[in-house]
Design a protein around this ligand. Structure first.
Ligand SMILES: N[C@@H](CCC(=O)N[C@@H](CS(=O)(=O)O)C(=O)NCC(=O)O)C(=O)O
Length: 214
């Protein structure tokens, strides 16, 4: 059986968990704290990051966007729910949305790590730079979502999974960030996605980090 190395707050891992669920692909969830030395990630990913999808023969794929591309390619839409539309422009747009969502996650992770530093070693300029990326990404996603139920076409797809995952991450790691007030239609769109079983089963929660990470 497939095994997924994941972490409870991880928006990247959540994309994969939602996609595997939507495709009805069974897998074993291996939950870790990515920052702790006990992690198994380095055995399967030279970049030492999760998520990592591990096959029964021990081979692995990593980087969430690549894992999703791999799943889309290896589990054909004839037998598994596709997460991308048929048309090239729709596919490219969905991937652009994922690029923005992942970039927001990258900025949010950098902000999270920065806030682990002693107060005297934190950089307000660096935090402001990351926050601008989150603000800009939110504006873009709000514009793309508009008042639609799904980002692309008339069914759930990659763009929705990526958008829902980054917004869910903000709610658990940065609850004070006012994205719902700033973008009420986006909040309605995300709350609509959150009703799906695959989203309900993967709601992010915090984690206890034992090791010092910076
Ligand atoms: N680009 C990667 C980013 C993955 C990532 O940063 N994962 C974090 C965990 S989490 O923030 O998603 O919970 C990690 O493993 N960090 C450990 C490290 O960076 O060494 C992806 O899309 O999979």
């Amino acid at each position: 059986m497939l095994k997924l190395i994941s972490a409870t707050p991880s928006p990247y891992a959540r994309k994969v968990r939602i996609t595997l669920a939507e495709k009805n692909i069974p897998f074993e969830l291996q939950t870790e704290v990515p920052w702790d030395s006990a992690t198994q990630k380095p055995r399967y990913n030279p970049l030492e990051k999760l998520p990592v999808l591990i096959f029964p023969d021990g081979k692995s794929v990593y980087e969430s966007h690549y894992i999703l591309e791999y799943l889309e390619a290896k589990y054909p839409s004839s037998d598994y729910t596709p997460m991308l539309p048929d048309d090239v422009d729709g596919r490219l747009f969905a991937r652009q949305v994922e690029v923005v969502a992942d970039g927001m996650c990258d900025a949010l992770v950098l902000l999270f790590v920065e806030k682990q530093r002693e107060a005297g070693k934190q950089s307000p300029e660096w935090q402001a730079r990351q926050m601008r990326k989150v603000d800009g990404g939110m504006r873009a996603m709000a514009e793309w979502a508009g008042t639609k139920e799904y980002m692309v076409g008339d069914r759930l797809g990659l763009a929705d999974v990526a958008t829902g995952s980054v917004c869910g991450y903000i709610d658990v790691r940065f609850p004070e960030y006012p994205w719902r007030e700033r973008h009420p239609d986006l909040a309605k769109y995300v709350d609509g996605l959150a009703q799906r079983q695959s989203f309900r089963d993967t709601v992010p929660v915090g984690q206890k980090i034992n090791d010092r990470i910076v």
